[in-house]
Design a protein around this ligand. Structure first.
Ligand code: HEM
Length: 458
């Protein structure tokens, strides 16, 4: 079945008007209806974890709330994650869930597609994420990483988040787009950053929101930049993701059209960049605070006998996998995942009417004491076979689940290993005494202060 993809009819403050439910239709669900400012902008943005935990304590796993400008339903449970993300009965649309948030700046990205169209587009993209492709991306990114981190410890007022963000942007320009000229990399990175910033803007009307207008203009420049290069990439033999997408062809001769390549690439850069940057930042902070884990990861890295891992080495870096899982548990880059019901359905005894915006909440289930012992503690060993705390398959969902499960999760894991292996062999990470990271957990988890860090030779 293909879910109906309604075209937004008109908009308010730049948010599309989609078929919606009234507050009255959600009266049978416990919760609040005080409106956008009180429910979402203040409480959610201020502290998304506290917001969810307080709601759960007060209303239970299903509650009514305002997201953006309309009422919706928040689902706070591992069962709820499974029900919505696995979506066996095809009750939900990802397109209609993400459209109000990402639709204008990242239109037609893979995550914003549903049903048969989504399946087709995703299947076509798979070869660009297979082992051979990943191995070539790794070979491409490791020299750049080694060169970049070389002087990190000698930079005055070093801030980890800033440095890693810059590095991951450069990696994306190279591995995703195959760019080599510094001037081109800088221009693309600047435009891409403007698009991402605009997607996080609250005011989405170009005349009122400068940030938003800049983002739309930057998106147009990126579209043109990519489109102009498609003919050469189609006929060339580049190993970057862009070139691969230009050449992918099914046995039946199906290929991506030019405008699909443009939309997918801009979306992929967004999906890959802030998420991996967020994960690496959380890991660096956690390792700086937990010296025993930093030593353990460093020993594992040194056991390779070389600065950077090759593709065949990745499986031997298991402590990094646990550390990554634990970082994503505590601070999932996406604290919540959006959908919209396209049929009436039921969860935890509550009827969710068709057209209701629905959010599931990894940040909540990742700290739910029902599944995790001492959920506030950084304890990567909980993912080891001996402890096996990961009991419910949908309690830990930083990469989502079901048909839209993150396509780049192996890429992300590979990039984390590619950065940590040389970084910890070269530098010892530490923090000023009593420092606690001021996290901004939404819309994407990141430190408010850039994460100042002290790096000494390891
Ligand atoms: C730690 C890093 C990452 C995290 C936490 C993450 C998280 C997610 C989540 C939660 C979703 C599902 C959203 C939904 O169900 O609506 C998703 C989808 C997606 N991610 Fe990631 N992501 C990460 C890295 C990456 C990377 C590196 C890439 C590409 C190289 C990528 C590409 C995608 C794509 C293409 C989708 C859409 C899949 C679909 O709709 O079929 N992600 N990601």
């Amino acid at each position: 079945m293909t879910a109906v993809q309604q075209v937004p009819r008109s908009s308010f403050m730049g948010y599309p008007r989609l078929p919606t439910v009234s507050l009255k239709e959600l009266q049978h669900i416990p919760g609040t209806g005080r409106g956008f400012l009180v429910d979402t902008a203040i409480a959610f943005i201020a502290d998304p974890l506290k917001f969810a935990q307080e709601r759960h304590a007060k209303y239970g796993p299903v509650s009514r709330a305002f997201f953006t400008i309309e009422p919706g339903v928040l689902i706070l449970s591992a069962e709820g994650n499974e029900f919505v993300l696995r979506d066996r009965a095809q009750n939900f649309s990802a397109h209609l869930g993400w459209e109000p948030i990402l639709g204008k700046l990242f239109p037609r990205g893979l995550m914003l597609r549903d049903g048969d169209d989504h399946r087709f587009q995703r299947r076509l993209m798979q070869p660009a994420f297979r082992k051979e492709a990943l191995a070539s991306y790794l070979d491409r990114m490791t020299p750049r990483i080694a060169a970049d981190i070389e002087d990190w410890g000698r930079r005055p007022n070093f801030k980890f988040y800033k440095a890693i963000k810059h590095l991951t942007l450069d990696i994306a320009a190279d591995v995703f787009l195959g760019l080599e000229l510094r001037s081109e990399i800088d221009q693309v990175n600047q435009d891409f950053t403007a698009v991402v910033e605009a997607s996080l803007a609250v005011v989405r009307v170009p005349l009122l929101g400068q940030k938003y207008a800049r983002g739309l203009a930057a998106r147009r420049r990126l579209e043109q930049f990519i489109a102009e290069r498609i003919p050469a990439r189609r006929s060339g033999n580049g190993a970057d993701l862009f070139s691969q997408m230009c050449r992918i062809e099914t046995e039946a001769g199906e290929r991506y059209k030019d405008d699909e390549i443009v939309d997918h690439l801009i979306f992929l850069m967004m999906a890959a960049h802030d998420t991996t940057t967020s994960a690496l930042t959380t890991i660096a902070y956690a390792l700086a605070r937990h010296g025993e884990w930093q030593d353990r990861v460093r020993e594992t890295a040194r056991s390779l006998g070389k600065m950077s891992p090759g593709f065949g080495d990745l499986d031997s870096l298991q402590p990094i996998e646990w550390v990554l899982r634990e970082a994503l548990r505590m601070y999932p880059p996406l604290p919540s995942i959006a959908r919209r019901a396209i049929k009436d359905c039921e969860i935890h005894g509550y009827r969710i009417p068709a057209n209701t915006p629905v959010s599931v909440y990894p940040l909540f289930t990742h700290r739910d004491p029902q599944w995790w012992s001492k959920p506030e503690d950084f304890d990567p060993e909980r993912f080891g076979a001996a402890r096996g705390e990961d009991r419910h398959p949908f309690a830990w969902v930083p990469f989502g689940g079901g048909a839209h499960m993150c396509l780049g999760l192996h890429f992300a894991e590979m990039q984390v290993k590619a950065v940590l292996t040389p970084l910890l062999q070269k530098w010892r990470l530490s923090l000023v005494p009593d420092y606690r990271i001021p996290y901004q957990l939404a819309p994407i988890a990141k430190p408010k202060d850039g994460l100042p860090m002290i790096l000494k030779p390891a």
